[in-house]
Design a protein. Structure first.
Length: 67
């Protein structure tokens, strides 16, 4: 027969393992979200750089054709 101490130890062990699993899953979700947000911000900045370069080239073309 299992004593009270061992039952309590088993309960604490199960709760700790469960908590570790859930915290690990949550950390994975957060890490994935941070990765995705970082990628989107990088793409947004790249779009802005491309637009700025296109505008600069258009201005140069305009300047060359007008004089």
């Amino acid at each position: 027969m299992v004593g009270r101490f061992e039952r309590n130890k088993d309960t604490v062990q199960e709760l700790t393992e469960s908590a570790a699993t859930h915290v690990g899953n949550i950390a994975g979700i957060i890490a994935g979200a941070v990765r995705d947000v970082t990628r989107e911000i990088g793409n947004w900045i790249s779009d802005g750089i491309e637009m700025r370069e296109a505008a600069r080239k258009a201005q140069l073309d305009h300047d060359e054709t007008t004089g």
